[in-house]
Design a protein around this ligand. Structure first.
Ligand code: NAP
Length: 310
């Protein structure tokens, strides 16, 4: 079975991952793209709006929505109403209620809705989840520090309300946490640091708790890190094992010894999973990482720092 798929939004992640990965996957055929700027992809028609794409390419069966999160609900609802299965880039929506609505609407339409959390698609993350099953986590230190100018050059939307700011990468860490932790994690408190000229935070310090652990579970997200970039989750279990996920979940050390390391294959695995969901006509909607971000904003304390200029 080959699914005719379209892409909405021809930005960085579409160019870096969706286009080359779809081209390599025999389960999909890129049938059209929708780009408000009119960006073209060789060999397929481009439309300025999804509505024009659905009207002109009725054989389209699915779309991947790769826009900023603020407009995703609108595009996803429109796609479902047009009878298309939907893959959502992360974060799936700007708010928790929007995602709940999409899950309900997809089920009502009998269509597949898939929330992708790319960091979860790492063998080291899956292995870490198995290692932690049945364990009690005593401490967890998330360090997610990167240079916003290097990874998000010129992206205005990330600094606007609903653009997530430093939670755009931070939610990747949280999507690993919700996957690996043996019991649910709750946000206890958060310090959110906003540049004085932006409506989204440039840094966040979070403290968490679980039903079993009140202290020692923390996260530091920071977009001001130049030089080496850090995407690490270090965990100590109640029996004294030290488990460290590094490189955004690609590498796992246990008690200082390398256990698993794989070159990133996240989007290849995401498209394989989408093909499987389409065959089974089953949705996969995971709201847990988005809920943690929403909770951080709910309990968060606002701090103000220097203005940010790209
Ligand atoms: P981007 O480079 O800014 O691209 C987003 C594209 O969406 C725009 O270029 C635009 O393309 C389209 N778009 C549609 N409506 C828009 C609107 N109202 N405002 C701005 N753009 C609009 O962003 P990106 O880095 O690809 O990120 C897109 C999503 O993918 C984000 O949710 C991000 O978290 C996620 N993601 C990004 C990366 C990464 O490395 N960059 C990695 C994983 C996930 P057209 O003009 O072609 O319509």
């Amino acid at each position: 079975m080959v699914t005719a798929i379209g892409i909405i939004g021809l930005g960085k992640i579409t160019e870096d991952q969706h286009l080359p990965v779809i081209a390599k996957n025999p389960a999909f055929k890129l049938a059209a793209v929708s780009s408000q700027r009119g960006i073209e992809v060789e060999g397929v028609p481009t439309f300025r709006t999804p509505a024009e794409m659905y009207a002109a390419v009725p054989e389209l069966e699915a779309v991947a929505i790769c826009t900023p999160p603020q407009v995703r609900h609108l595009y996803a609802r429109e796609a479902l109403a047009a009878g298309k299965h939907v893959m959502l880039e992360k974060p799936p929506t700007a708010t928790v209620s929007e995602l709940a609505d999409l899950a309900f609407f997809a089920a009502e339409c009998g269509l597949v809705l898939f929330t992708t959390w790319h960091s979860q698609y790492n063998p080291a993350v899956l292995h870490c989840r198995r290692l932690l099953q049945g364990e009690t986590v005593k401490t967890m230190t998330i360090t997610w520090k990167e240079d916003v100018r290097r990874w998000h050059p010129g992206q205005k939307w990330i600094w606007t309300a609903g653009g997530f700011g430093v939670f755009d990468p931070g939610i990747n860490a949280l999507s690993i946490v919700t996957e690996i932790m043996p019991s649910p994690v709750f946000v206890k408190s958060a310090d959110l640091t906003f540049p004085s000229n932006c409506d989204a935070p440039i840094a966040a310090s979070l403290r968490f708790r679980t039903a079993h652990t009140e202290e020692g579970l923390v996260a530091e997200f920071d977009w001001r890190q130049t030089g080496p970039q850090t995407w690490e989750i270090a965990i100590e279990t109640a029996v004294g094992n030290r488990i460290t996920l590094q490189n955004g979940g690609a590498r796992l050390e246990v008690n200082g010894v390398l256990d698993v390391e794989h070159a990133p294959h996240e989007y290849e695995d995401i498209y394989d999973r989408f093909a499987e969901l389409l065959r089974e006509r089953r949705s996969l909607v995971d709201a847990a990482p988005l809920r943690l971000v929403a909770d951080a904003f709910m309990v968060g304390r606002r701090l103000v720092t220097d203005p940010f200029h790209d």
